[in-house]
Design a protein around this ligand. Structure first.
Ligand code: HEC
Ligand code: HEC
Ligand code: HEC
Ligand code: HEC
Ligand code: HEC
Length: 246
């Protein structure tokens, strides 16, 4: 190592002189500064989206400079928000494409927002319902402007400004001849997850296609009668045809 270094230095001197640079620059403090500058350059990144910045910080830690300044050391939107946003819009993941990449894993899982805060109908009415744009905005109005770089938030705010509802693609749908009411089930203490699976772990919702490997005993492709009957039998609830049919 040492002999290599000694051999290296004169070469630098020669090169410096050739370039018309005073050799002194190769000794002492200024040399260290030059090295620091090189490191600093390697740690400066220019990005065009907040999520790019969050990915870089996840990779390199906080010890980097991100340009432009508005992206440097921003805590929000979080990396998790960025990733869930993409996962909720993954075309290859099962389930219908929603108009907004809304993630349950993010809202109900990571942020632990109660199911019934958004699906407030479940304990009162037949339908669970999906939340209004107004309810979304109750939170999202207060967030940093950097959230507007997420396409999902842009679409949400467009709907808010134009006062139009979001047309969520429906996933669960029983035929008209079947009676089903959420409130009876919720009041009886049946958990949402017993029927809908681990929603708080899913970025994109879907009807699970196969019950065989599924710990929750979810319905197959559709909500089959046998699934309702099985649970009613286990819980000694009425299995009379007219309980579920008009
Ligand atoms: C109770 C507050 C609250 C409500 C209500 C709420 N959000 Fe969020 N939302 C959050 C928080 C907190 C984050 C993420 C913060 C972070 O980690 O950066 C978030 C993140 C997001 C994101 C980015 C992550 C993702 O899921 O794709 C989108 C898009 C989003 N919300 C859309 C909506 C929509 C649409 C609604 C209404 C159906 C809604 N939010 C309702 C609190 C809320
Ligand atoms: C911040 C609001 C919010 C929270 C909290 C939330 N949801 Fe949702 N939920 C939505 C929105 C918006 C949709 C429609 C988009 C979609 O399907 O992802 C939805 C859709 C659903 C659907 C599918 C509806 C259909 O079309 O069949 C189910 C089932 C569901 N949620 C269950 C739950 C459960 C269980 C929880 C708690 C673990 C929960 N949700 C928490 C906003 C929320
Ligand atoms: C006993 C099973 C069961 C339980 C428990 C249950 N659901 Fe459902 N859920 C269903 C069925 C079945 C449908 C389809 C209803 C229809 O088509 O009329 C549905 C539909 C939905 C929908 C779609 C929109 C709507 O209103 O039809 C949402 C959202 C939903 N459930 C959320 C929830 C939440 C949140 C909970 C917990 C508070 C919950 N569910 C508990 C079986 C259940
Ligand atoms: C995970 C278990 C479970 C599943 C799945 C389930 N149920 Fe139920 N259901 C219950 C329980 C428990 C009650 C009793 C509620 C009570 O005591 O009021 C009930 C009650 C009912 C009632 C009211 C009964 C009455 O006496 O008025 C109807 C109607 C009903 N269920 C329809 C359905 C339909 C339709 C399905 C399938 C789409 C279904 N249930 C799936 C557990 C379940
Ligand atoms: C616990 C609730 C429940 C009870 C009890 C029940 N059903 Fe059903 N039934 C359903 C559901 C849910 C469907 C829709 C399933 C589907 O779409 O495949 C259905 C569908 C049907 C269909 C239509 C099948 C088709 O392919 O469209 C017939 C016929 C039927 N039930 C008859 C009966 C008869 C007869 C009884 C009494 C012996 C009965 N059901 C009891 C929930 C129930």
């Amino acid at each position: 190592m040492r002999s290599q270094r000694r051999g290296f230095l004169p070469l630098v001197l020669v090169l410096s002189l050739c370039a018309g640079v005073i050799a002194v620059a190769e000794f002492g403090g200024s040399r260290a500064n030059a090295a620091d500058d090189a490191v600093a350059d390697a740690k400066t990144f220019t990005v065009t989206h907040i999520c790019e910045a969050q990915e870089l910080r996840a990779l390199h830690g906080d010890d980097i400079t991100i340009k432009p300044d508005k992206y440097h050391n921003q805590p929000w939107p979080s990396l998790e928000a960025c990733r869930s946003h993409d996962a909720a819009w993954d075309e290859d993941a099962p389930g219908p494409q929603q108009p907004i990449p809304f993630s349950h894993a993010h809202h109900a899982g990571l942020w632990q927002i109660d199911c019934q805060y958004c699906h407030s109908g479940t304990d009162r009415s037949r339908a669970a319902g999906v939340p209004s744009v107004e309810l979304c905005m109750g939170c999202h109005n207060q967030f940093s402007p950097l959230y507007d770089e997420l396409e999902g938030i842009q679409i949400l705010k467009e709907h808010w400004n134009e006062r139009k509802p979001i047309e969520w693609a429906q996933i669960h749908r029983l035929p008209e001849h079947v009676k089903f009411r959420h409130n009876r089930h919720v009041a009886a203490g049946v958990e949402c997850q017993q029927c809908h699976g681990p929603v708080e772990r899913l970025d994109k919702l879907y009807l699970v296609p196969d019950t065989k490997w599924w710990a929750y005993g979810l319905p197959t492709q559709k909500l089959e009668m046998g699934w309702c009957i099985k649970c009613h039998r286990e819980n000694e609830v009425s299995q009379d045809c007219l309980t579920c049919h008009y």
